[in-house]
Ligand binder design. Structure first.
Ligand code: ADP
Length: 653
């Protein structure tokens, strides 16, 4: 019984065989015991069997046979036709019992076969287990290697973190991201590399995950690098559970989003700058989708129209409420043209803000956009506050009107003054000359009347003073008249031969030339455009001055020369007189301006003023150059007769 119990527990074939041998020896006490196994179509341990028995083993066909010696037997261990092996015993101690031994042995055959088969199955199972174990190990190693590669070469930082926050494993990318060595980072906790302000941010999510409410969560937060600088990351966390339902470790995937954050911040800043710029510029923009009827307004438009920004934009043509009827007429016309025909439009309009603010002016600009089929689908544009410009324009218009009115008034005043002056000149010419003439005549009469009376020298001198003064006054009045006339001179557009003029002048100055022994000469002179009487007076004045302001003991000479200069003639009047100092040259053309005493050089100081006026009325210029004690050169310009340019210029004027 004990043997059978042992047999049932046998692990492998050799053990089974030795147990079977032990049992057979105990029961039958043979000299020899052999077991030849049959497995995988081959005999096992056949070589250990003696020659004679071996033949018998190979030749055995039935279930059993006596051995050659007759003191033993061979038995087949067989189940359901499957041969497990052959047992041979020989040299039985008591061969006389061999029949009953055989029976006993045969009754044990079933169990022996079972034991052998069991051992073999067991061996096969073990072998299969071993194969399986090896295969599993290989796969594990492979998957670990794959995990390792993925973990280390990932483009994102990955960390395995214990539920307490310490690192279990950290990949290279995360170390690079945070600027730590792998060894350094392992000494830190997740909390230590998290920005203090963001520490609590994911606490709630962690709790929910530990409670099994969520499997994963993601968030943006700031991490601290080794150099304490900040890096923005996107963190995705999931939790791995132990088989016993306890949390094992967190898998944190950390993506560096610093560049994106910076771009976002830059974008936010530029958006806010743009918003601010639009606010400052008073520029709003709008869009109208003709397919959906949807209107979109920027903040600024709400402000410009004084519409509550919590409302939606006013739909076209409801927006007309914000415009004066006149402006709306224009605006609606251009918008509707845009809707129908496309293209761009622009229009100024007066806004009546809905919030009761003062009216403002805007420029509305827009364009129509077409879809791929050429259909106008969207209108978009801007609204620009131009109130300031409009007010400035209005102010300019107002000021212009004021200015024009002032100019008109001033002109009227000046005309009145001119008229008065003209009247004064008339009065002077007639009313003033008349008493002067009377004074002169009566002074002469008095002299005649007193002719017979012997007059004292003093009385004679008094009388001379009176006549001189009267004559001087007469000249002055006449010069004043000439000056006033020259200012209003209507220049005749006639050909004037300067040569002829000079002939007249020489004749007029004949007595003066005689008296001083002077000389008046001229070169070849042109025919110019102008007024003959006025030009004679010009040359008579200039030549007269040349003779008058002569040097003592130097006979005066006056020479007139002309030179063509484009469409103009430059005419120079040159004398050899006393000349003038440079600093006075500018002044001598002013009325009453004289550089020399009346006693030596009589005159009214109006001659050159008259000359300048006449030349300017002819469209010319006059200037002087002079050297004291050497002489003076008066240079004037006049237009040549036949010059068309001058006519054009004057007509243009
Ligand atoms: P008047 O000859 O009556 O004094 P003008 O207007 O002709 O007045 O001249 C103004 C002043 O210019 C003169 O008083 C004189 O001092 C100076 N002047 C004019 N012509 C000459 C000249 N040819 N040579 C020197 N001085 C001159």
């Amino acid at each position: 019984v004990d043997l059978l119990g042992r047999l049932a527990q046998l692990k492998d074939e050799p053990e089974a065989v030795s147990a079977i041998e032990e049992m057979f020896r105990m029961l039958f006490a043979p000299v020899d015991f052999y077991f030849v196994g049959w497995e995988d179509n081959a005999w096992k341990n056949l070589d250990k069997v003696p020659e004679i028995l071996r033949h018998q083993v190979l030749a055995l066909r039935g279930g059993w046979d006596w051995t050659e010696s007759g003191a033993g037997f061979l038995l087949r261990l067989e189940r359901s036709g499957n041969l497990a092996g052959i047992v041979a015993i020989d040299g039985l101690t008591w061969p006389q019992y061999r029949e009953s031994y055989l029976d006993s042995a045969r009754s044990l055959l079933g169990i022996c076969t079972l034991v052998i088969e069991n051992a073999r199955s067991l061996k096969r199972i073990k072998w299969a287990e071993e194969v399986l174990r090896r295969a599993t190990n290989d796969r594990l190693r492979e998957s670990e290697a794959r995990f390792q590669a993925t973990f280390e070469q990932a483009a994102m930082g990955i960390a395995l973190v214990s539920p307490g926050g310490s690192w279990l494993r950290v990949n290279l990318k995360l170390c690079q991201m945070l600027g730590y060595d792998q060894d350094e980072i392992m000494t830190l906790t997740f909390q230590e590399i998290t920005h203090p302000e963001d520490l609590d941010a994911d606490r709630e999510d962690v709790c929910r995950m530990l409670a099994g409410e969520i499997e994963t969560y993601g968030m943006e937060k700031r991490c601290l690098r080794k150099d304490r600088s900040i890096v923005w990351v996107h963190l995705t966390v999931s939790l791995v559970w132990k088989p016993d339902g306890q949390p094992d470790y967190f898998i944190s995937v950390i993506e560096d989003i610093q560049a994106r954050k910076e771009a976002e911040m830059a974008l936010r800043e530029s958006e806010s700058n743009l918003r601010e710029a639009r606010r400052l510029a008073g520029l709003g923009d709008w869009k109208w989708d003709l397919r959906t009827g949807e209107h979109v307004w920027s903040e600024e438009i709400f402000r410009l129209y004084g519409r509550d920004p919590t409302l939606s934009p006013a739909v076209y043509p409801e927006v007309s409420q914000y415009f004066t009827p006149e402006s709306w007429k224009h605006l609606a016309a251009v918008v509707e043209k845009g809707v129908k025909e496309g293209g761009t439009f622009a229009c100024d309009a007066e806004v009546i803000p809905g919030d009761g603010a003062p009216h403002r002016w805007i420029t509305a600009r827009g364009e129509a956009l077409r879809d791929a089929q050429g259909q106008i689908t969207i209108l978009r544009g801007t609204v620009q506050d131009i109130s300031e410009r409009k007010h400035a324009e209005e102010e300019i218009l107002r000021l212009n009107a004021v200015l024009e009115e002032r100019v008109r008034q001033r002109t009227a005043e000046l005309e009145a003054v001119n008229q008065e002056l003209k009247e004064f000149a008339y009065v002077a010419s007639h009313d003033l000359q008349e008493p002067l003439r009377t004074m002169n005549s009566y002074a002469e009469f008095l002299q005649e009347d007193l002719g017979k009376v012997e007059l004292s020298a003093a009385a004679q001198e008094d009388l001379r003073f009176i006549t001189d003064a009267a004559k001087r006054m007469q000249t002055l009045v006449q010069d004043l008249l000439a000056y006033s006339r020259s200012g209003r001179l209507e220049v005749q557009d006639q050909p004037v031969s300067l040569d002829d003029c000079l002939v007249v002048v020489k004749k007029n100055l004949h007595s003066s030339l005689e008296a001083c022994g002077g000389e008046l000469t001229w070169g070849e002179l042109p025919t110019v455009r102008g007024d003959v009487t006025a030009l004679i007076s010009v040359f008579q004045n200039l030549a007269g001055n040349g003779l008058k302001f002569r040097r003592a003991e130097v006979p005066p000479t006056v020479r007139v020369e002309a030179q063509a200069c484009g469409a103009e003639w430059t005419i120079r009047v040159i004398d050899n007189g006393i000349g003038m100092e440079e600093k006075h040259l500018e002044q001598i053309f002013q009325p009453f301006k004289r550089l020399h005493g009346r006693k030596e050089y009589p005159g009214t100081g109006l001659g050159l003023a008259i000359v300048k006026k006449i030349i300017e009325r002819h469209g010319g210029r006059i200037r002087v150059a002079s050297v004291p004690e050497q002489g003076s050169i008066f240079t004037l310009t006049l237009y040549a007769w036949g010059d068309e340019k001058r006519r054009e210029r004057e007509e243009g004027r």
